[in-house]
Design a protein around this ligand. Structure first.
Ligand SMILES: Cc1cc2nc3c(=O)[nH]c(=O)nc-3n(C[C@H](O)[C@H](O)[C@H](O)COP(=O)(O)O)c2cc1C
Length: 248
């Protein structure tokens, strides 16, 4: 195909990095790639914080319980950010903007913008031979992360992206069959979907039993049932509202 597609299709999350830091040039290129992503209505409703302070990295590693949050070549924190879009407004204009700022639509807009920027960053990093791992577990203690980075109103922490020189070569994790995620014209019937999922469960069972590390007996369906049965990060709702998002 081409090198871009090869890079994308070769993705796997990297959770062990060498001690080598990224160069300033590598960081700049990755951020430029993030910054070139499409953005809803030209809002650019996200911010990225590069985390270099070792104390902050240690605190994030503790919150996430993941050593690679501290031990990596560079760490980025992605935020949904509607603050810049309001800063030039006077009181009267701000009052008029408030309904839109606080509706669910604009939480989605800012979150999508941040995710698109992050995935551009991820692909740029991978294309340079670096490894990446997204870090959603910063939301284990979202209020503490917010304090740690002094995030103002209308800015919320979403996830981290650990980047670095890979120090392991994990197996690639299988994905659902394409027919279970890409449909022609109409959404798939449940029965057909269930049969695709069953097929995938057999694939993933074999993957978990045969992979080079952390072998286990598990299926995707069981994993999902476990995940959704355990209440998780219920404080995120209050956090988001407190920061002025999704109030309506
Ligand atoms: C938004 C997001 C958050 C994630 N958070 C974490 C995380 O906190 N810790 C981690 O080890 N992996 C995290 N991951 C990585 C996923 O576990 C991983 O992408 C998934 O299991 C598929 O594996 P692969 O990326 O190796 O193909 C996250 C991925 C995404 C997209």
């Amino acid at each position: 195909m081409n090198e871009t597609i090869d890079t994308i299709l070769n993705h796997r999350s990297i959770r062990k990095f060498t001690k080598q830091p990224l160069s300033d040039e590598q960081i700049n290129t990755i951020i430029e790639a993030a910054h070139s992503a499409s953005t809803s209505s030209y809002m650019m409703a996200y911010s990225i914080i590069g985390v270099t302070d070792l104390e902050k990295k240690s605190q994030l590693a503790e919150i996430t319980n993941q050593p690679y949050v501290k031990e990596n070549g560079h760490l980025l924190l992605f935020c949904a950010d509607l603050r810049r879009n309001t800063l030039s407004a006077d009181n009267q204009a701000y009052e008029q903007m408030k309904t839109n700022l606080e509706n669910t639509e604009h939480l989605l807009v800012a979150t999508i913008d941040a995710a698109l920027a992050a995935q551009n960053a991820a692909i740029a990093a991978e294309s340079m031979g670096l490894g990446i791992c997204y870090i959603g577990s910063i939301r284990n203690n979202i209020h503490k992360v917010d304090e740690l980075f002094h995030l103002p109103n209308h800015v919320i922490a979403l996830f981290g992206l650990a980047i670095g020189f890979p120090a392991h070569e994990p197996d690639q994790k299988p994905r659902l069959p394409q027919k279970a995620v890409y449909f022609n014209d109409n959404y798939m019937e449940d029965e057909e979907m269930k049969s695709s999922i069953q097929q995938f469960d057999r694939t993933i069972e074999a993957y978990y039993q045969q992979r080079s590390t952390n072998q286990r007996l598990d299926s995707w369906s069981n994993q999902m049932i476990r995940k959704f049965s355990t209440p998780k990060r219920l404080d995120v709702t209050d956090y988001v509202k407190k920061k002025g998002f999704n109030k309506k």
